[in-house]
Design a protein around this ligand. Structure first.
Ligand code: SF4
Length: 171
């Protein structure tokens, strides 16, 4: 669940305003602690997810830790209207059981003509600086937003941003 940096800031704001803020933050802390104790935490801290092949290994490794998304409550997304773009793009037509065993069960995803999450990550990387990395793993989004508060206040001309995103989408 890779987010662009602006989406991580947005998510932190959504959680801060959520009625269940404390419970959600506690779930983020728990998942983060599990990640930190695993090789995945090390790999994420060292930006290995930026490599496409490794990103897939990391995603499968994350599933093997059996940690649900910290925003999942009673099998539902607790921020559905504000869910990240990458979640909106992940639409499958195979039975839900397969989602618990990615890599082993057949999963059929609805193909997308455009990958907005990729475009947002590319533009955020260009605008905010490559040292931040292109994406933020969702379970680390709150920590990332906290560590980079000054960046959250940065603004850019809307026209230029839209042009950048369209260029990244190649439309
Ligand atoms: S849709 Fe919601 S619960 Fe599912 S991965 Fe995205 S943020 Fe988490």
């Amino acid at each position: 669940m890779p987010l662009s940096a602006p989406e991580a800031f947005h998510l932190a704001g959504v959680v801060a305003a959520h009625g269940d803020r404390a419970a959600i933050e506690a779930r983020f802390d728990r998942v983060r602690a599990v990640l930190d104790r695993s090789w995945i935490g090390y790999a994420l801290r060292n930006r290995m997810a930026e490599d496409e092949r490794r990103a897939k290994e990391l995603a499968l490794g994350f599933f093997s830790l059996q940690q649900a998304c910290p925003l999942l409550v009673d099998e539902r997304c607790s921020i559905y209207a504000d869910r990240p773009v990458v979640c909106r793009e992940y639409v499958v037509t195979t039975p839900v059981e397969g989602c618990a065993r990615p890599g082993t069960a057949p999963l059929r995803r609805v193909p997308l003509a455009l990958q907005l999450s990729e475009a947002l990550a590319a533009v955020a990387g260009q605008r905010l600086g490559a040292e931040l990395g292109r994406t933020v793993p969702l379970p680390l989004a709150l920590a990332f937003a906290d560590e980079h508060r000054a960046l959250a206040a940065r603004t850019f001309p809307t026209d230029a941003l839209v042009a950048d995103v369209l260029a990244a989408l190649r439309v």
